[in-house]
Each structure stands twice: as structure tokens, then as C-alpha cells.
Design a protein around this ligand. Structure first.
Ligand SMILES: [Zn+2]
Length: 277
């Protein structure tokens, strides 16, 4: 054995003997939080090919709490607390109802709202930004395409996020994918088309495996299955490309697909206050 090989052997023996451990990944836990109910009286708004003429549907609004090590992150912030206790249908209904605020649900889990360090928001629609302002200390992660649109003078959608848009809150404008914790356990996925900066979220759990949170890449199961494109999406071609990417990710990772507005998908994660690991 030549001297160089001996040196390498010695290093190898040393490493085995000292057993330098690989850094173990931070544990990740995921909870679904209820962020409201939405009555869609004209479901055809969700199809630019007139697939739902004369149909209506009740959608759910979901938010998610992620615990990575000791750090808490919220994904989407649901309907505004102005919808608390409102009837969903009938007299006085606005088509939106919220039964419990995010801070109330966090307290059930023993989490102080001040502990939320990060908010990721899939896109700028009101049913995803509604309660963000209740967490002013959090760093906001959101697609740059959406932030640019919100900065357009007179944008009515900007109001729930004013704190971050005016520079008071910490804001990170996301381009492409964003590996939130740097270990690939929680990744914001670039899925434009519904809005210019729309993102979904990939969460890797030790027991359940990969979970894909849809954002609004689709709003309900039938529309997802048939690649339906809502008439109010910002870009049809991007919408289809994003659906294609999302479905291939789901297949390759054998992921649990959760369409955030689909009532039937609520049961794919443990019922609150239980969480997935
Ligand atoms: Zn939307």
C-alpha cells in the first residue's frame, strides 16, 4: 500500500471510529386549520369552457400550520374575520362565512399568534390574504408576480397586506421555487397562471410522506381532473402548464394531493386539532 492510500485508510478508520453523525433533519408537522366556507352560486366562473352552466357549489377555505423544528409557519390566511359568524346562505348572506379565527385555532394548539415567524401566501385573492394582518411580526413570503400586481396604484386587493407592502413588515418576494427552510422539507412551488405569482406548497413529512397543497392551481376535484381553467385566471397557458407540473410532482413523489378549496379533501389530513407527521 502506498503512503497516499495509507493516509486515506487512516482518515476512513478515524471517521468510522469517531462516528461523526450526519445532521438529522428537523421534524416537520402539518395541521389543517379552518379558514372559512364560500358559497359559489355561479360555478361556471370556474370554467372558461362552460363546464358548469347553472351549477353551484360550496367550497371550503383552508389554512395550514407548519412546525419545522421550533419554527412556526402559516400557509395562507383565509377569509377576513369580518366573515365571522356570517350566514352562508339566506338573509344577510355574503356567500362567505368564518366560524373561528386563526388566532383562536392556534390557541387551541397552544401556539401564541406571536410565535408565527413566517407566513407563506399562495396568491393575492381575498380568501387567502384575509387574516394576514393578525400576524404583523411574521416574514411574508409571496410570489413576486403577485406583489408587483398589488403594488399597482389603486389595487383593492392590497389592503390586507398593507403592513408588508409599505415596508413595515418583513417581505420576501419569491421568484421561482422557494426552499423555505433550506432542507427541502417545505418548498413553495412556482405555479403561475391563476395569478401571475401563484404558488403551491410541497411539505415532506417523516410518516405521511409528501403532501402537495394546491393553492388555487385548481379549486375542486372535478376541475382538477379535467384541467379546467377559471375565467378569472390571469393566464390560460400558464394555468395548464402549472397543472401539468403539479400532477407530475404528485405522481413522481406519490404525494397526498390536497386541493385547498375542495371539501372532500379535508379528510386527507388529520382532523383538527390533530396534525400530520
Ligand atoms: Zn384564488
Amino acid at each position: 500500500m502506498n503512503p497516499r492510500s495509507l493516509t486515506l485508510l487512516a482518515i476512513a478508520v478515524f471517521l468510522v471510529a469517531t462516528g461523526t453523525p450526519a445532521a438529522s433533519p428537523a421534524p416537520v408537522k402539518l395541521w389543517r386549520l379552518d379558514c372559512g366556507a364560500i358559497q359559489e352560486d355561479d360555478l361556471n366562473l370556474f370554467s372558461d369552457t362552460y363546464a358548469y352552466l347553472g351549477k353551484s357549489k360550496q367550497l371550503t377555505a383552508a389554512c395550514y400550520l407548519i412546525k419545522h423544528g421550533e419554527t412556526y409557519m402559516l400557509w395562507d390566511t383565509g377569509l377576513s374575520i369580518e366573515a365571522l359568524g356570517k350566514p352562508l346562505q339566506g338573509a344577510g348572506a355574503t356567500g362567505e362565512s368564518l366560524s373561528k379565527s386563526l388566532p383562536d385555532q392556534l390557541q387551541t394548539l397552544g401556539v401564541d399568534p406571536k410565535q408565527i415567524a413566517i407566513i407563506g401566501i399562495s396568491h393575492y385573492h381575498y380568501d387567502h390574504t384575509g387574516q394576514a394582518a393578525l400576524f404583523p411580526q411574521a416574514r411574508l413570503l409571496m410570489g413576486k408576480g403577485d406583489i408587483d400586481a398589488l403594488r399597482t396604484p389603486g389595487s383593492a386587493r392590497a389592503k390586507p397586506l398593507t403592513h408588508w407592502l409599505n415596508g413595515a413588515g418583513k417581505l420576501e418576494e419569491v421568484t421561482g421555487d422557494k426552499d423555505v427552510f433550506g432542507d427541502r422539507s417545505v418548498v413553495m412551488l412556482d405555479l403561475p397562471g391563476h395569478t401571475p405569482g401563484h404558488h403551491g406548497l410541497l411539505v415532506k413529512l417523516a410518516k405521511q410522506g409528501y403532501v402537495l397543497l394546491s393553492g388555487d392551481v385548481a379549486h375542486f376535484e372535478e376541475n382538477y381532473a379535467t384541467n379546467g381553467v377559471p375565467i378569472f385566471n390571469s393566464d390560460r397557458a400558464q394555468s395548464l402548464a402549472s397543472l401539468d407540473r403539479f400532477k407530475n410532482l404528485a405522481k413522481n413523489l406519490r404525494a397526498t394531493v390536497v386541493i385547498q378549496h375542495e371539501q372532500a379533501d379535508i379528510g386527507k389530513l388529520p382532523a383538527f386539532p390533530a396534525g400530520a407527521e
